[in-house]
Design a protein around this ligand. Structure first.
Ligand code: DC
Length: 227
């Protein structure tokens, strides 16, 4: 079977990463969480008081940022490392979610992350989830899916996820964050979130995670047989 690139784009908290991770495991592909990369940059900028409006500051900071994914041998999960430190838990917190859309709207940041993502997927055999994978990072991806769901459903899912990590948050606060991110992600000038013309739309409002994984895996197998 030929190895392909699978681009999974869509709104926040639609189950993109769980779906992408599940599909990668089933196909024996690498999984790349591009949102984690923007989150790690956001953490670095906050910790180092980088001025988001100063392109020189931003460029200099980007030169000092090294992001890697390493497999945790105990859990088998990929975890995000920023300059050698495991930041997987920290980057999932709400204070990062509240800032990440602004950081990821900066052209210099996008240019650096996209170049790294293209290197990571060069030999194909990857499932990459994000906002611009099918439109900018891999416009030639053999399979593109675009995921969406009701904002209320996404907020409820996010609340359960955060609770499992010990963060108890009001549903209205989460919903406000999701709506704000949707707005910034879809209206930013550089690489706004949009469905690629050749992407398959999947509305996950009434789907289970297993159903999503099965559907995308089937699509991938179907795509491979046609190459
Ligand atoms: O998938 P996520 O929620 O972890 O992504 C965090 C933020 O990063 C999201 O609000 C938009 C941004 N992002 C992006 O601009 N481009 C990507 N390819 C992935 C994420």
């Amino acid at each position: 079977m030929p190895k392909i690139v699978i681009a999974v784009d869509g709104y926040s908290s639609c189950g993109k990463s769980t779906t992408a991770k599940g599909v990668a495991a089933r196909l024996g592909y690498a999984y790349i969480d591009t949102g984690a990369m923007y989150r790690a940059v956001t953490l670095y900028f906050l910790q180092n008081h980088v001025s988001l409006t100063n392109p020189k500051d931003v460029t200099k900071a980007l030169e000092n940022i090294k992001i890697e994914f390493r497999r945790n041998p105990e859990t088998g999960r990929n975890e995000t490392f920023l300059n050698g430190l495991n930041v997987e838990d920290e980057i999932r917190k709400l204070y990062i979610a509240n800032m990440v859309s602004e950081v990821s709207a900066i052209t210099e940041v996008r240019r650096a992350m996209v170049a790294q993502q293209q290197r990571m997927g060069k030999s194909r055999g990857v499932v990459m989830d994000g906002r611009d994978i099918g439109t900018v990072v891999f416009p030639d991806a053999e399979l593109k899916v675009f995921m969406t769901a009701d904002a209320e459903t996404r907020a409820a899912r996010r609340q359960i996820e955060l609770l499992a990590k010990g963060d108890m948050l009001d549903i209205d606060e989460i919903l406000a964050n999701i709506r704000k991110r949707d707005l910034i992600d879809t209206t930013r000038a550089d690489s706004p979130l949009r469905q690629a013309d050749d992407a398959h739309l999947i509305d996950t409002t009434n789907m289970t995670l297993d159903g999503q994984i099965a559907l995308v895996t089937r699509m991938a197998e179907d795509t491979m047989t046609k190459i």
